[in-house]
Every structure is written in C-alpha cells, then in structure tokens.
Design a protein around this ligand. Structure first.
Ligand code: EPZ
Length: 423
C-alpha cells in the first residue's frame, strides 16, 4: 500500500488554490439523474470518490463525458437500471445519495446498505423515514435497501429530522422535487453543500426554498430539465490549509474561498493568535509573526454553522503544538477520535474520555509510523508530520487521496517536505 513520508518542514509559504467541494459534487452528480437532458457540472475535483460516483451513474444508464478537465457532462435520457450494486456502493457511502433521484424519477431504487466506517455506524434511518413519509415502501433485504413509490408517485409531506443529517436532507430533497404537492424538511441540515444542491435543483426547474435554514420547502414539479452549475469551493480543504499555515507558523494566501463557509475556523484560529484576513485575491492566514505566541483554545463540533466535525482532527493536531491545555468535544460522530492514538505515538499528550479530549499542548512532536484512519484524520497526521522532528510515515493514505485533490502537489508547492512512496 502507498504511504506518505513527511519530514519536518519550514514554515509553509505561498499560494494554494482550493478545489471544488467533494461533499457538494457528490450530491450534485446524483441529482443530475433527475434530468432527461444534459447537465454540466464545473470545478469537479479529480478525486477517487468522483470516479466511483461516475461509475455508479454509468451503471444506472447515465452517459458521462469529461468535456475538459473539471467539466463533467451527465446525460441520462433513460434510467436503465435502478439498482446500485454492492461492488460500487461498498467503495463509497455517499453512493446512497442516488436513492432519492431514482425514487423520484423511476419510482424505484435498490441500493446496497452503505454500512458504517471507522468514525461511526453511519445509520440511514432518517433517509428511510423521509422516503416513507413521501409514500414509498421501504424493504430491507439481503443487505439491500429497496424503495418503491406508490403507483401514482410520491406525495409531499412534512418530515422532521431527529438530527440535522446532511445526507438525509440531500436524499429527501432529491426525492421530493418531483412529488405531488409540497414537502417540508424540518430541522434540516444547513451546510453550504445543501444550499449548493438546492441551487442546482432550482436551475433544473425545481421549486426549493429555505435551503441553508432549518426548514426547507420543496414544491413538487412534473419534471426537471438540464442545467449547468459550478461546484462551491471545498470549505474543509480550505480549513485544512488554514491549519497547515498555523501549525507551521507560516503564511499562506488561500484562493477560491467563501469566507462565510469557514467562519468557525477563522474565529477559533484568531482566538489562538493566528492572523486571518480577507483581501480581493483571497484569504491570508498569517502565523509567522515572531512577536505573537500562539495559544490554546477549546473546540466543540456541531452541525453547520457550528464548528465542523471534519476539521476536528486537523485542528487537534494544531492544538498539540501550542502551549496550554485545550479541550475538544466531538458531538456529531460517535467514534471520531481514532487519530488521538496516532498523535500520541508522535509524542502528543492527549487524553480522551468518551466524546471529550483533553490536550496538553506544547510538547515537541517526534516523527513516527502512523495510520490514517479516515480522510480527515489522515490530513491531521500530515500536518503533525510537518512539524515533528524526523520522518513521519503515514499508511492507509487512500483515505486522504479520495478527498483531497492534488494533495501532495499542493503541499509541495507551499514548501512541505512530503513524498508519496508507492509500495
Ligand atoms: C456528510 O456525511 C459528509 N459526507 C461527512 O464528511 C461529514 O462529516 C458529515 O456530513 C457531517 O457534516 C458527505 O457529504 C459525502 P450526517 P453524512 O448524515 O451525510 C447521524 C468527510 O470527511 N445520522 O450529517 O453521512 C450519523 O450517525 C465526510 O468528507 C443518523 O443518526 O453525515 C451522524 O452521527 C466524513 N441517521 C450524524 O447524523 C441518519 O439517517 C451526522 O451524519 C443519518 C445520519
């Protein structure tokens, strides 16, 4: 398996350009199934997860064309198959996002259970609650989820989400756009990726209001036409590079950023003494002022607009390097401290108790052999490796490469000493 070798690096300096958001482009690609005409999506990041979603759409009958790098055309005149098979779905949980469009357009969808992962069980009960509320029959059999719409189609309903689930909000929205009548999603997720999806669907002729708030109204329409849409920048990639500047006491200009999408990280880094400024050409993250001693802070992850769970591990890596005690509380996933053991192997001093982690920062980190346990934990270990003495060898890096476009190239370009070793 390939590995990253990361050496202690100088403070990172220079410019980095943020790619289209992984967690926006995947639901956008699934939603393109709803149109009989061509859809074109711009700023599609070159990621393994995007390749998997392309394969899933193709297996359902879509014609996929890369018109030019990053510009994807999805054309599905007819959905030939409404079953997403195990060998594809097992590669990526987000494959389950095709269920809403399949149910809406063909009245039937059969998708293998997405299963859990290292950060949690990742249940789909809220997705299924929404589909049933719209009138679908849900059958769980042989690890498949099959949803069948009534003869005369889905009917709008009011759906309360017990947790503002991102995926459930997206799947219910795409299922409801062609339903008869009006649907309300109450306690909906408010993430920017939800707004991006609603904007794309509205360009296709849907009638969605309230995306980005806790109540989304969807008035069903008879059908959707093709549309062109540009993916929003990846706020989690943005935050990762903000933390790369902070942990190495560097100074970066980060381009293609939506300031509103990274407000929690901007606020918390400013609390730690990092300078974050927004100019016409992008966001400056400056941590190289020798007169400023960076300090500790506490973070608690919450659904948007709270502090994003996906940045919990990279931020923790940063907190291990600043003097003082910090507390990290993870409220979104039940098992998202897998990176703690790996950071402690590098000399960090982190103690966990349930969903709380106590960090005693300021100790020098030492390079070590560590394992990436999920996409973001992998990024956290790279950040730690940039400031640890000696070499940090990170395995299971496929996690990282599925979600960060040109990860090594971008880090090398700003001065990181990182090397991808094929095995
Ligand atoms: C999306 O996952 C993201 N993935 C995740 O990013 C992100 O961490 C997460 O949202 C939270 O922001 C994509 O968008 C592809 P959820 P999703 O449904 O939709 C519980 C990354 O690193 N829940 O909001 O699966 C669930 O157990 C990935 O890019 C239910 O109980 O997240 C979890 O505790 C990791 N029942 C919480 O909600 C359900 O039916 C949040 O899950 C669904 C979810």
């Amino acid at each position: 398996m390939a590995k990253f070798l990361v050496q202690k690096s100088d403070p990172l300096n220079g410019e980095v350009y943020i790619s289209g958001a992984k967690n926006a482009v995947l639901p956008l690609m699934a939603a393109a199934l709803l149109a009989e005409e061509k859809c074109v999506i711009d700023d599609v990041p070159a990621l393994r997860d995007v390749e998997v979603m392309k394969d899933i759409l193709a297996s359902l009958g879509s014609e996929i064309k890369e018109l030019m790098p990053g510009k994807l055309e999805v054309y599905t005149p007819v959905i030939k198959d409404t079953e997403a098979r195990y060998e594809l779905v097992s590669k990526m949980r987000a494959s389950f996002l095709v269920m809403g469009p399949l149910l809406a357009r063909n009245g039937h969808g059969k998708v293998h259970m997405p299963g859990g992962c290292t950060i949690g069980a990742r249940p789909i009960d809220l997705h299924l609650k929404g589909f049933e509320a719209l009138g679908a029959e849900v059958v769980l059999k042989d690890s498949y989820v099959e949803c069948i719409a009534p003869e005369d189609g889905l009917v709008g309903a009011s759906i309360y989400l017990d947790f503002p689930s991102v995926g459930a909000t997206e799947n219910i929205m795409t299922a409801a756009v062609l339903a008869k009548g009006t649907t309300y999603i109450i306690n909906a997720a408010e993430e920017p990726e939800i707004v991006d999806l609603a904007n794309f669907l509205n360009k296709m002729g849907a009638k969605i209001k309230g995306a980005g708030t806790d109540t989304i109204k969807i008035e069903g329409v008879p059908n959707l036409h093709g549309a062109q849409h540009t993916v929003i920048p990846d706020r989690i990639e943005t935050a990762t590079y903000m933390l790369a500047a902070a942990i190495t006491h560097g100074s970066l200009l980060i381009k293609n950023v939506v300031p509103d999408h990274v407000k929690p990280i901007t606020a918390k880094l400013r609390e730690c003494g990092v300078q974050v400024e927004f100019g016409d050409d992008g966001m400056y993250v400056i941590a190289d002022n020798p007169d400023v001693k960076l300090t500790a802070t506490d973070i608690k992850t919450l659904p948007y607009p709270g502090f994003p769970t996906d940045i919990q591990s990279p931020f923790m890596a940063f907190l291990t390097t600043v003097d003082g005690a910090s507390a990290v509380i993870e409220t979104v996933f039940e098992n998202r401290f897998m990176h703690v053991a790996e950071l402690n192997r590098m000399g960090a001093n982190i103690k966990t108790d349930g969903n709380k982690a106590q960090i005693q920062g300021g100790k020098k980190l030492e390079g070590a052999k560590v394992i990436a346990t999920d996409l973001r934990a992998g990024a956290a270990l790279v950040l730690a490796g940039l400031v640890a003495d000696g070499t940090t060898e990170i395995s299971e890096i496929y996690h990282i490469e599925r979600g960060y476009e040109k990860f090594v190239d971008k880090f090398k370009a700003i001065g990181a000493d990182i090397f991808r070793m094929d095995e």
